[in-house]
Design a protein around this ligand. Structure first.
Ligand code: UDP
Ligand code: MG
Length: 334
């Protein structure tokens, strides 16, 4: 019996920390040391899940080095660079802790904030999100777009937090396992999860300037985030009933078209309007009607797509090359 409990403790840690790395050779060792210090101080069982997102520098080598030294480390090596969202999802899929923490691997997130995240989570929340209250990023390229995006997100999702953009968060396992990420959606996890009714809150975290290596993002992120924002709004509100959304637009257009057509028809038959004078209006009426029908059709297609979406929730957005784990017989070549 005791043996079983002991065994369970080894295989199922209380806390999993998930960190994606893409060309972070200069940051890994220090982050690992600082994580270890903070987590050892908690006196709770934990595992570190380091995802190598197809790095081309010495990241892989350094990670393996740490893996050899520490039984609590697991490495998920992806076949190529899949992006931060996919790397995080790969890590979440491997994580088995009751509590799962995600953070960046570039030392912009301070492990010293972890205890505060945990304390807040234990007050009865399902997600505690980090809030970079005093941001150090560039004003024009980072803070301004992010301010707009955060406002929009707060408004569209109804989740009352300030900082959707940071990955430094603590989750109860059920909460994070309830979503499957794709695109750039890791920024919208709270919004996506809010659909399911989990309790979300935030606490201020430190925000420090990146010292080593460089940011993997440029201005292109603004456009991608914008489109994901639309996707997220759509998912939150209409994924299980897209026809309600497209159908309504379709009905409005088709209704307008029908009305104009009707007026013209009445004009022709009862008031002797000439066809020649009304060519423009006729075209408008038919265009609106066609547009309306198209929207309804799109809605029906979206209904089918969303059925498929729900049916294929298990599709993976990444591909693993190898998992280094101390629990399995040997490291897995996939
Ligand atoms: N990252 C990743 N794959 C990528 C891009 C980034 O795993 O394709 C990781 C990166 O190594 C870091 C985290 O995601 O640990 C955040 O990236 P970055 O610091 O470049 O983002 P920023 O802080 O500039 O928003
Ligand atoms: Mg960073």
């Amino acid at each position: 019996m005791d043996m079983n409990i002991e065994e369970k403790r080894i295989t199922e840690p209380e806390i999993s920390v998930v960190v994606p790395f893409y060309n972070e050779e200069d940051n890994i060792e220090e982050l690992y040391q600082r994580l270890k210090e903070v987590l050892d101080g908690l006196g709770r069982s934990y595992e570190l899940i380091f995802v190598d997102d197809g790095s081309r520098d010495r990241t892989s080598e350094i990670l393996q080095n740490i893996f050899k030294r520490d039984k609590r480390v697991k490495i998920v090596a992806l076949r190529r660079n899949f992006g931060q969202t996919a790397a995080l999802q790969a890590g979440f899929d491997e994580a088995r802790g009751e509590i799962i923490i995600s953070m960046d691997g570039d030392l912009q997130h301070d492990p010293a904030d972890i205890p505060a995240l945990l304390t807040k989570l234990e007050e009865g929340y399902d997600i505690v999100s980090g809030w970079r209250k005093r941001r150090v990023d560039n004003l024009i390229f980072r803070r301004l777009p992010s301010w707009v995006a955060n406002r929009l997100m707060r408004w569209l999702s109804g989740v009352p937090i300030h900082d959707f953009g940071t990955t430094f968060k603590a989750y109860r396992r059920e909460a994070i396992k309830s979503v499957q990420l794709y695109g750039e959606l890791h920024r919208f996890i709270p919004a996506l999860i809010s659909r399911t009714g989990f309790r979300i809150t935030e606490i201020p975290i430190r925000n420090v300037v990146r010292q080593k290596g460089r940011s993997k993002y440029g201005l292109g992120r603004v456009r991608r985030v914008l489109f994901d924002l639309i996707t997220v709004k759509f998912i939150i509100s209409f994924i299980d009933r897209p026809l309600q959304f497209f159908g309504l637009i379709g009905l409005i257009f088709a209704g307008l078209g029908f009305l104009i057509g009707l007026i013209i028809a009445i004009g022709f038959y009862f008031f002797g309007w000439s066809v020649k004078d009304n060519v423009g209006n006729l075209i408008l009426a038919s265009l609106l009607t066609i547009l309306g029908v198209q929207f309804v059709m799109t809605g029906l297609l979206a209904e089918i797509v969303s059925r498929i979406y729900f049916a294929t929730h298990r599709v993976k957005i990444y591909s693993i090359k190898k998992i280094y784990s101390h629990e399995r017989e040997e490291t897995q070549e996939l």
